[in-house]
Design a protein around this ligand. Structure first.
Ligand code: KIV
Length: 271
C-alpha cells in the first residue's frame, strides 16, 4: 500500500511513514497563491516557502535581505492555496541565530500569522538551542545542512560542501543531533552523494536532497529554476523540466507587438 497515495493531507507522520515504506518524497519551493495551486494539484508532498524568495521573487543577490514580515506574506499566500501538501517556511537570516527566545518568537509568528505547518532553519550544533526551544512549543522543525546559503559570506562560494573528511565528520554529527532532538526531516544541500546516502541510512527522519544525490529520501528544487523561469542559473544538479521562461517571453513579445500594431483588442474583444 502506498502511504502518500492514501494520505489526504501530508503530515510529518506521513513523511516518516513514507521513509519507512521506501517511498520517495517530492518537495518544491513556492512563494505565491497561483503557482502553489499548480504545485499542490501536481501531488507535491512538501511545499517550501524558501528564503530563496529573496533571489527569485525580490531579485536580491543572496537570501540574507528577506525579512520575517516578507516571509510571512509569501507563506500566507502559499497556505491559502495548498490543500494537500505540508507547508514549511524558512526562518530568514537574523531571526533565529541571536538567541533561542528570538528564534521561538520568529517561529511562532510564522505559524500564527501564515497558518504554515512547520519551519526550516539552517545549521547544526550552533543553532541547537534555538531548534530545541521551537520544538518544545510543538512546532515541527526541518533542519538544513551542507551548503547553507545564509552563511555565504562565511563560505565565500556556492561550491560543494563537506568534501573534506573533517567537514564530513561534523556534518554526520550534526545530522545525528538534528535527528535525535526531534527534527522531522532535514535538507542536505550540495554535499557528496555518498555522504548523503550514508547519513540517510543512519537517521530515522527523512532526508531531502538538493545536489546531494539519489540516495536521499526525497528531492527538492527551486520551482523557478526547474520550470526554466530563472535562466542564468544552471548548476549540475538542476534538471530543467520546462522552458516556460522562453514561452512567457514569446507570449509577452507577441502581446507588445499586437498592441503596437492595433491588432489587440479586436472587435470581438471589446464591449
Ligand atoms: O530557500 C530555499 O529555496 C531552500 C532550498 C534550496 C532547499 O532552502
Amino acid at each position: 500500500m502506498s502511504v502518500h497515495k492514501e494520505a489526504k493531507r501530508i503530515t510529518t507522520q506521513v513523511l516518516h511513514e513514507m521513509k519507512q515504506n521506501g517511498e520517495r518524497i517530492a518537495m518544491l519551493t513556492a512563494y505565491d497563491y497561483s503557482m502553489t495551486r499548480l504545485v499542490d494539484q501536481a501531488g507535491i508532498d512538501i511545499i517550501l516557502v524558501g528564503d530563496s524568495a529573496s533571489n527569485v521573487m525580490a531579485g536580491h543577490e543572496t537570501t540574507l535581505p528577506i525579512t520575517l514580515d516578507q516571509m510571512i506574506y509569501h507563506a500566507s499566500s502559499v497556505v491559502r492555496a495548498a490543500k494537500r501538501a505540508l507547508v514549511v517556511v524558512d526562518l530568514p537570516f537574523g531571526t533565529y541565530q541571536g538567541n533561542s527566545k528570538e528564534a521561538l518568537n520568529s517561529a511562532i509568528r510564522i505559524m500564527k500569522e501564515s497558518g504554515a505547518h512547520a519551519v526550516k532553519l539552517e545549521g547544526g550544533r550552533e543553532v541547537r538551542e534555538s531548534i530545541e526551544r521551537i520544538l518544545s512549543a510543538g512546532i515541527p522543525v526541518m533542519g538544513h545542512l551542507g551548503l547553507t546559503p545564509q552563511s555565504i559570506y562565511k563560505f565565500g562560494t556556492y561550491t560543494v560542501r563537506a568534501k573534506q573528511d573533517e567537514e564530513a565528520r561534523l556534518l554526520k554529527e550534526d545530522a545525528k543531533m538534528l535527528n535525535d532532538i526531534g527534527c522531522f526531516a532535514m535538507v542536505f544541500e550540495k554535499i557528496p552523494a555518498s555522504l548523503a546516502g550514508e547519513v540517510t541510512a543512519a537517521v530515522e527522519c527523512p532526508t531531502i536532497g538538493i545536489g546531494a544525490g539519489a540516495d536521499c529520501d526525497g528531492q527538492v528544487l527551486v520551482l523557478h529554476d526547474m520550470l526554466g523561469i530563472t535562466q542564468d542559473f544552471s548548476p549540475r544538479f538542476l534538471r530543467r523540466y520546462s522552458d516556460i521562461g522562453d514561452q512567457m517571453l514569446g507570449a509577452i513579445q507577441n502581446y507588445v507587438s499586437d498592441v503596437r500594431s492595433r491588432d489587440f483588442p479586436s472587435k470581438d474583444e471589446q464591449y
